[in-house]
Design a binder for this molecule. Structure first.
Ligand code: SAM
Length: 287
């Protein structure tokens, strides 16, 4: 394995610090530094950027990000056992790595970062989707980040990039694709990790759009897609009937057959439906 820095191989780091993986914290480590540098490169040119990394663990991806030239890395790690190993990396890259011991769902990260900001992480599976949804639903758009380069279980990655009429198409695809470009950039087999998980993994790269792809109220879009996909086998006139007694008219005005099912409907059509529904609400509010 070619060294990407002067630090010891990750196997030695794990052994020297006695770092046994804890399943409940989603700990599956990448030990091949060429692979972690390759993942870092999927995030684009990092030289002028602060990078937020969630869950650095023994620091394989952290070292990849620093070797690939990230201006600064802010790494949030819940498990304090990794702090000594991460301190060694910090010492090798003076002033470029800040580690916070805490829960990524609770730490106020923004006060520690300077734009432009990219997020790159091999996410713990237990909080991965929750973090992604938070990053996609800030109070104001554009969000604090320019891009997200994230490792997920392959099935979650497929849900993120899914298109209509496919098995994985649903709320997550619509939420992501409404305001981002999303693509799968790498596939990884279980053997890439120690310990090997049961499932394959994939890295997804999301780039934020300046504006949503189609105009729509985000809260109503989330509500309608939740109703539609919670009963994905039902016809929309039935799954969306709680929207109001005139839902069939709204669907037809949006160019959607009331007998269609959620998985057949494009993002553009869902946004048109949202505008039909919200314009009805505005008119009612005016009378
Ligand atoms: N980045 C390392 C790598 O690629 O080898 C480790 C990735 S491992 C899949 C996930 C990491 O996230 C673990 O180090 C785990 O301790 C950490 N973690 C789990 N839950 C966390 C949370 N809520 N906040 C911050 N880190 C967390």
């Amino acid at each position: 394995m070619a060294a990407i820095d002067g630090l010891p191989p990750l196997r030695d780091v794990i052994c020297n610090h006695g770092l046994v993986a804890k399943k409940k914290l989603g700990q599956n480590f990448l030990l091949d530094l060429n692979l972690t540098a390759k993942i870092a490169r999927q995030a684009g040119d990092l030289s002028g950027c602060d990078v937020l990394e969630i869950g650095p663990g023994p620091g394989g991806l952290t070292r990849g990000l620093l070797a690939e030239g990230a201006r600064r890395v802010l790494a949030i790690e819940k498990d304090p056992r990794f702090l000594p190993a991460l301190e060694e990396i910090s010492a090798a890259y003076p002033d470029r790595l800040q580690v916070i011991n805490g829960d990524a769902l609770e730490v106020d990260i923004l006060s520690h970062l300077t734009p432009p900001i990219r997020v790159v992480a091999n996410l713990p599976y237990n909080v991965g989707t929750e973090l992604l949804v938070r990053w996609l639903t800030p109070k104001h758009w554009p969000p604090f980040w320019e891009s997200l380069t994230l490792m997920f279980q392959k099935e979650v990655a497929e849900r993120i990039v899914a298109k209509p009429q496919s098995e994985h198409y649903g709320r997550l695809a619509l939420l992501v694709q409404w305001r981002c470009e999303a693509k799968i950039v790498l596939h990884l087999p279980p053997e890439a990790f120690i310990p090997a998980p049961k499932v394959h993994s994939a890295v997804v790269h999301l780039t934020r759009l300046a504006e949503p792809r189609y105009p729509a109220d985000g809260a109503v879009l989330a509500q309608i897609t939740a109703m539609a996909f919670n009963q994905r086998r039902k016809m929309l006139r039935s799954s969306l009937k709680r929207i109001g007694p005139d839902i069939e008219e709204k669907l037809m005005a949006a160019g959607i057959a009331p007998t269609a099912r959620a998985e057949e409907i494009s993002l553009e059509s869902f946004c048109t439906l949202v505008r039909e529904v919200t314009s009805g609400l505005t008119k009612k509010g005016q009378t």
